[in-house]
Unconditional design. Structure first.
Length: 316
């Protein structure tokens, strides 16, 4: 596989994985010689991705306008890491397995002129996704991949810290099962070393045993990708994230759900035709929230990707 294909595979997985967050305040906001196509891996090829993301939130919104508030919660941030393993079952069918961990989900309060912090942490839901190359025309540079996935919790109980249950915004997991559907479309323009790609995802969360359901979400991403110099690629992305309201105790949660549009710049660099480093920076450009919510200011992420051909012996 060329370095160009390696990069596009990596960045699509990175951005899908980067969007995988669960609490309302935080969510409303690839490798050498392996993959033949963008959305799926070649048969008997394995992909490993390690990932880190940081999000910072500090501005309250009501609808599409920023508002000042006397709320003691001043800002919030989280550090999130994860791993994805992908395997090519056939030349058109790939399975992904992923797991994530919140190193911390932190809220910063100002109470009586004193800074106080509340913190959550722990495993998110695990996930398994099957992706199928439904329409692939290499000679025309067109690829269409569809996928179905499910999420499973490592715990059905909410997190307690120092004997007290932490708030919904700081919980690391939905504590419930979930399902997702994916559609990836790409079109190559080799004469100008550019690609257009869309990555679309719908995610549904089931109700937990505590009678709480996190809102379902729809994410649509549009990419323009360009080779800069040898082994270095750049991507400009526009991403729209829409989330429905949470539901608990027989009613919809008022200060949940909304829509967020993000402009993202990404770069990827190939090392030794085997290891691939990528970084991205997200900047919200439009927000529209239900009720009054603390919203994202910026975020950034990094990933390391490696592919292995299991059809032959290869050194790691």
């Amino acid at each position: 596989m060329t370095s160009r294909r390696v990069f596009f595979c990596s960045i699509s997985v990175i951005l899908l994985f980067a969007n995988k967050t669960f609490a309302q305040c935080c969510s409303m906001g690839s490798p050498a010689g392996a993959s033949t196509y963008v959305g799926v891996l070649a048969k008997n090829h394995l992909r490993f991705i390690a990932f880190y993301r940081y999000n910072y939130l500090d501005t309250y919104y009501e609808g599409y306008k920023p508002v000042k508030t006397l709320n003691s919660l001043k800002n919030s941030f989280f550090n999130y890491s994860g791993v994805t393993l992908s395997y090519g079952i056939t030349k058109r069918l790939t399975v992904d397995a992923d797991i994530g961990y919140f190193i911390n989900k932190t809220q910063v309060f100002l109470i009586n002129d004193t800074i106080q912090k509340a913190r959550g942490y722990g495993l998110t839901n695990g996930g398994v996704t099957f992706k199928y190359g439904a329409f692939i025309k290499p000679q025309k540079g067109i690829e269409l991949t569809v996928g179905l996935g499910f999420k499973y919790p490592f715990s059905f109980n909410p997190l307690f810290v120092n004997g007290s249950k932490i708030t919904i915004d700081l919980q690391p997991s939905t504590n419930a099962f979930g399902a997702s559907a994916h559609v990836i479309f790409s079109k190559d323009f080799p004469a100008i070393t550019m690609r257009f790609m869309t990555v679309n995802k719908y995610e549904y969360n089931f109700t937990s045993n505590k009678d709480y359901r996190y809102g379902s979400s729809i994410t649509n991403s549009f990419f323009l990708s360009k080779k800069v110099v040898k082994n270095l690629f750049a991507v400009l992305q526009l991403r729209n994230e829409f989330r429905f309201k949470d539901y608990g105790n027989g009613e919809f949660a008022y200060n949940t759900g909304g829509e967020l549009m993000i402009l993202s710049a990404s770069i990827s660099y190939s090392l030794f035709h085997a290891w691939h480093l990528a970084g991205l920076f997200d900047l919200p450009v439009w927000k529209n929230y239900n009720g009054r919510q603390l919203t994202p200011k910026y975020s950034f992420a990094f990933s390391l990707t490696r592919d292995f051909n299991l059809n032959k012996k290869s050194k790691i």
